[in-house]
Structures are given as C-alpha cells and as structure tokens.
Design a protein around this ligand. Structure first.
Ligand SMILES: [Zn+2]
Ligand SMILES: [Zn+2]
Ligand SMILES: [Zn+2]
Ligand SMILES: [Zn+2]
Ligand SMILES: [Zn+2]
Ligand SMILES: [Zn+2]
Length: 388
C-alpha cells in the first residue's frame, strides 16, 4: 500500500470511530463471526488461547479493512475491552454447559459394562433425529472424522431451559472422537452412501401424514451448481416428495397421484446449461440454503477481495488490492470466503455465490477472460480463453 493510500485508510478509520455506536456495532459483528468460527474448538482449547485467538482474528481483519496504523490509536483498545468482555462472558456460559455435558457422557459411558451389547447401549447417546441426505443415509448423524477406520458419531447435548424443565431440547452436537462442537441449527453431516458432506439440522416438523415424506431435489448437480431446485411433478407441476423409506417420488396432489417408482434413476435438466443428465433424487434441504445465506452475510462483512492466483497484466504486488467483478452483466465486487477447506466467491451486488474453482475471471484492466484449471496434483495453470 502506498503512503497516501495508507493515510486515506487511516482517515476513514478515524471517521468511523468518531461514531461510537456505529464502530461498536462493526466490532461486535466481527467478534460474532470470529466467535462462531472458533466455537467448534471450544472443548479443545484452553480459555486463554481461545480468547486470544478471537482478539487476534478480529484485529487482523480490522488491519485488512484499514491499515496497521490503527494499532497506534489509543481509543481502539477501549473499544476492544468493552466488546471482548461480552464475548468472554459468552465463552464462560457455553463452556460451562458443554464441558458439563461432555463429562456426563464420559461418566455414563464408563458405567456401561463391557459386553457384546456395548455398541447397542451407546446408541442412546448418539444423535438420530436429523434431516437426512437421501433414502440411503444411515441412522446416525456422522462427523467426517474417523476413529479406528469408522466415521465418528455425534453426541447430542441437551440444553435444559431454566424455567421449564420439560422443555429440554438439543442445542449442540459434540463429535465423540474429535470433540468438535456444532450448533444444531446447521451442522456438518456426512452421508456414507453418497460419500458427501452436507449441512443438516434437527428434524423438527415431522410430516404428520407420512413421516418419511420430504420435498425432493437431485444430487449430483451439473455445471458445478451448489444446489438444485425442488423437483416438480411432470403431470401437474406441483412440488414432488421423496419417500426416504421406499425411495419413491410422490406427488401429494390428490387429483394427480403421480408416483415415480425409482428415485435412483432420474433424468434432470440442469438449471444452468439446460442439458439433460442422469442423477438421483435426494431430500431437499432448507439447511443448505440457510447455510449459504449465512456464508454470504459473512463474506460481505469480512470483505476479503477475491482474485485468481495468476493473472494477465496485473503485477503480483497489486493483485491482492485489485477488485474483480462478478460478470459482464453484474458489476458487483467479488469477495472470497473459505468454508470447510473450500473457497467460495460472493458477489457484493447480486449476492450470487460460486465455487472459486472453475470460475471464469475477467481482467478489470485488459478485459481478458480466463479460468484456472486444476490438474490432479492440484497445480493450477492459467488457461487463457477468447481474447477481447
Ligand atoms: Zn446420500
Ligand atoms: Zn470429529
Ligand atoms: Zn449443466
Ligand atoms: Zn402431480
Ligand atoms: Zn489483464
Ligand atoms: Zn453479481
């Protein structure tokens, strides 16, 4: 960054902190995002490390948004103290709850007598009441980490409401093996049959007429799409349901009664390129949508500029500060966000979310289009497409 740019960014920071409420709100947003990022390791990290990581993460984003010079500002520390206090309390509350439940699980497990039935007895701890990926998804929610070559199960943690003891409900899940903690709202689940990670949640509103019926969509997708639309009935155009017990597709419109017998062999028209291809029916999962909405929100607050690894006419030192745009049609700035070791791109203007991989970049200066192709060894190489 040049000296002038640095000064300008520092000035914009000074303007920001002049409005105490506004800056506190900005800081609070950053703390909140970073707290949720660190949260899964709450049982695996000493308190002091957890809280210092949280402060460090927030500081480094502030430096990205403004300049390192903000660290010399005396007021910043006071803002930090007031906001981080709140997150220390939040930490204490969560930790007390979670570590108590984890100890309770270990105690109860130790009391089980070694017998052939041990696996069976442990079943009570494991989380079953979740939204499944497809009709072949197993009985237990699984974390994608292994113990003795078997995928680890989640232990459900009950949160007992203080005023009303009857209203206990699952709030978090802890992986029995790696002790990572997830909020129940959207957690990383794994379908062993499809060998895919997906976002799942607690199954709350069971369909009263048939508990096995769920709105249906398809997997795998075509054209690198993140998710697909709900399948519509060929006869009456109403939304179709999948019966996860029989794997049939069913139209619940009483006048239509369409039934497709096998959900494993479906011809589907890709929403993007409109090619027909063969795919399978799975459960349409609202959680995935909720999850991507959260991610978009997060990317737009963190504002990490997205850029390809190699470019045409932009020098290496300027690439990280160059703004790339979504597409010819949409001039929104692209931000990047990392989730589960996968990089995504979010457009500031139309809020579209894309995979980083295979994205077609357009140079904002010379107009060249290019795509980074990854070979099996994951070495990227620049492929130049049609010149301007
Ligand atoms: Zn599946
Ligand atoms: Zn795990
Ligand atoms: Zn396609
Ligand atoms: Zn129908
Ligand atoms: Zn260029
Ligand atoms: Zn856009």
């Amino acid at each position: 960054m040049s000296f002038v740019e640095d000064e300008n960014k520092y000035k914009s920071f000074l303007n920001k902190i002049e409005n105490e409420n506004k800056f506190t709100k900005e800081l609070n947003n950053l703390f909140n995002i970073m707290f949720n990022d660190c949260f899964k390791n709450i049982l695996n990290m000493p308190k002091i490390d957890f809280l210092s990581k949280l402060s460090k993460d927030v500081t480094s984003i502030l430096i990205e948004h403004y300049t390192t010079k903000i660290l010399e500002n005396e007021n910043l520390e006071n803002f930090f103290i007031s906001v981080s206090d709140k997150y220390e309390k939040k930490y204490d509350e969560y930790y007390a709850d979670l570590s108590f439940q984890w100890k309770k699980y270990l105690y109860q497990k130790s009391r089980l007598r070694k017998s052939d039935n041990e696996e069976k007895k442990l079943e009570n701890f494991y989380f079953k009441n979740f939204v499944k990926h497809c009709s072949k998804t197993g009985e237990f929610a699984l974390h994608n980490c292994k113990k003795k070559n078997k995928l680890s199960k989640f232990i459900s943690v009950l949160k007992i409401e203080k005023d009303n003891n009857d209203k206990s409900e699952t709030k978090y899940l802890i992986c029995e093996n790696c002790r990572k903690v997830f909020f129940i709202r959207t957690f990383n689940n794994y379908c062993e049959y499809c060998k895919v990670k997906y976002y799942s949640t607690i199954l709350n509103n069971k369909n009263k007429e048939n508990e096995f019926l769920f709105l249906a969509t398809v997997y795998p997708t075509h054209c690198n799409l993140l998710f697909n639309k709900i399948i519509l009935c060929q006869k009456c155009n109403k939304q179709l349901y999948i019966n996860i017990k029989t794997n049939q597709l069913i139209c619940v419109n009483k006048k239509c009664k369409f039934v497709e017998l096998n959900g494993d062999n479906l011809e589907w028209k890709c929403n993007k390129c409109e090619t027909n291809y063969m795919t399978r029916a799975i459960v349409y999962n609202e959680t995935e949508v909720v999850h991507y909405e959260d991610m978009i929100e997060k990317a737009l607050i963190l504002k990490r500029l997205a850029h390809p690894n190699k470019t045409c006419c932009i020098s290496n030192e300027n690439i990280s500060t160059t703004e790339f745009y979504h597409s010819k049609k949409c001039r929104g700035i692209l931000y990047s966000i990392m989730q589960n070791k996968t990089l995504f791109l979010v457009c500031e203007k139309c809020r579209a979310i894309n995979f980083f991989k295979n994205f077609i970049w357009k140079c904002p200066f010379c107009g060249l289009n290019y795509r980074e192709i990854y070979s099996d060894e994951n070495k990227e190489k620049l492929v130049l497409k049609n010149k301007k």
